[in-house]
Design a protein around this ligand. Structure first.
Ligand code: A5P
Length: 227
């Protein structure tokens, strides 16, 4: 957890009293949520919208009041992790933790998405770390895998590697983990994947991040998208 503490502390400075905050999923987001919980115990008034059931449970255990997206007002910010950040463009791959659908929804409901990563997540080209998760409806699983293979991506349903039962997301769906190389045209790939009936969402988060905090030891860089 130590690697994430400076990131969590910096992100916390961005949370004003009274804010509604999107709470990400994964180890890095967990460090932020724990730090936020301490502030709440110290009197900070916030309401959190969780991106997964695990995050909801964690936030509750820390005494962070939870909210839904029913209120039409945008959340002040969402603080989340990522599995890859492309240097320069700040395009992301997310979903290795399986929470990509709600992560995208909560980010879309927020004024800005703040991403916290350690330096090993930064890549020169998206896809370099080799895995792109795609969430699919179980009913359409076989079709999705076949049509995604026709796009050139071989997928394995998460959890089935050793012959186990598929991992089930908070939305009752399955995750197809696709083997990828550094991607030439992520935007085109995203469109092609989303066009497949049964694909619920992909781990390609292109143009969602307003700010990326990158930790290299205790040094933190703050990156904004160009333009
Ligand atoms: C969850 O679905 C993911 O998008 C996470 O945000 C991502 O996997 C980062 O997780 P870690 O902070 O655990 O690496």
């Amino acid at each position: 957890m130590d690697d994430f503490a400076p990131l969590a502390a910096r992100a916390l400075e961005m949370v004003p009293d009274g804010a509604r905050v999107g709470l990400g999923s994964g180890r890095t987001a967990t460090a932020f949520i724990r730090a936020l919980g301490e502030r709440v115990r110290g009197g900070l008034r916030v309401r959190g919208v969780p991106t997964s059931e695990a995050t909801a449970q964690l936030a509750r255990s820390l005494g962070i009041p939870l909210d839904t997206l029913d209120d039409a007002t945008p959340l002040e910010l969402t603080v989340d992790g990522a599995d890859e950040v492309e240097r320069g463009t700040l395009r992301l791959i997310k979903g290795w933790g399986g929470a990509l659908v709600r992560e995208r929804i909560v980010a879309a409901a927020s004024r800005r998405q703040v991403i916290l990563v350690t330096a090993e997540k930064v890549v020169d080209r998206l896809g370099t770390r080799g895995r792109l998760p795609v969430e699919v409806l179980p009913f359409a699983a076989g079709l999705c895998r076949r049509l995604i293979a026709e796009l050139g991506l071989q997928g394995t349903f998460r959890g089935t590697d050793g012959g186990g039962r598929p991992f089930v997301t908070d939305n009752g769906n399955w995750i197809l983990d696709c083997a990828v190389q550094p991607l030439d045209e992520p935007a085109m790939l995203e469109r092609s994947l989303r066009a497949i009936p049964g694909v619920v969402d992909t781990g390609l988060f292109l143009g969602t991040a307003a700010l990326v905090l990158v930790a290299d030891g205790s040094r933190i860089e703050e990156w904004k998208p160009a333009g």
